[in-house]
Design a protein around this ligand. Sequence first.
Ligand SMILES: C[S@@+](CC[C@H](N)C(=O)[O-])C[C@H]1O[C@@H](n2cnc3c(N)ncnc32)[C@H](O)[C@@H]1O
Length: 302
Amino acid sequence: MSRETSPGVTVRQLIEYGARAFESARLWFGHGTDNAVDEAAELVFFAAGLRHEDAPIVYETTLNEQQRARVLELFDRRIRERIPAAYLTNRMWFAGYEFHVDERVLVPRSPIAELIEARYEPWIDPDRIERLLDIGTGSGCIAIASALVLPQAQVDAVDVSDDALAVAAINIARYGLQTRVRALRSDVFDGVQGKRYDVIVSNPPYVGDEELASLPPEYAREPRVGLHGGQDGLEIVHRILREAAHYLTPHGILIVEVGNSEETLVAAYPKVPFTWLEFERGGGGVFLLTADELRQLTQGRR
Ligand SMILES: C[S@@+](CC[C@H](N)C(=O)[O-])C[C@H]1O[C@@H](n2cnc3c(N)ncnc32)[C@H](O)[C@@H]1O
């Protein structure tokens, strides 16, 4: 890391120093923050034991030697090892809730958070969501945040990775949701045969071969099973589309994130009336289909 300028001693000076160092090292931001200042701020607040809620009043606080050394060590690791900040702090916020994260799961960052904050309105009446399925739950963020905003709902959080399920279990216990959120091993729908859900939501792996090879080094820190969706990126999405109608209630909805693979998906299913959702905080590539629309798809329209 560059030592040309002094890191300073206040919270503000350290954040500015870190952000400058991150920018000159050409780091990639996209794992929960989208710029150098926010990434540096998270590391400073974490290392110094400060709360983000206190941000405006602590900026001019002077850190002691120990806090300062911890901050500089994290900056150094962020640059040298290209580890996303969330794996250095083992925490990330999603839909307003804090989750434990580590390298066994993807760093939560799906725009689906906004939909959860809106309790899935206006797409379905939240009071009619009795059962929800989250496919590829990872840290459990989508399943758990959904359960927290829908106090009557039973949630199945499935993943093919035992590592991910272990992290989801930590977060389920953290929110005391063991009776309402069930983490279970399932290859897409294989483990939930015969069940019906009012909402099926998924942020599956959707990165194709070509895109995977071109991703910045920070992505190599994440589990490949969380990113790689086969050659065209849509292997899991094709399976979800083929089978979802059998697992939805008549008024149910399917919501799936496909990110940059949106164009490939639309080209593969020219007749399917995807509704592409819009998000105030940015991000996209999330579609919605109703149970009716999916039934037509399984009856041969593609
Ligand atoms: C993009 S990550 C999403 C994690 C989390 N839902 C989130 O939004 O942060 C995709 C997840 O899908 C899981 N996954 C991959 N293939 C799967 C499969 N065939 N069946 C179920 N889950 C799968 C991965 O283990 C990973 O946890």
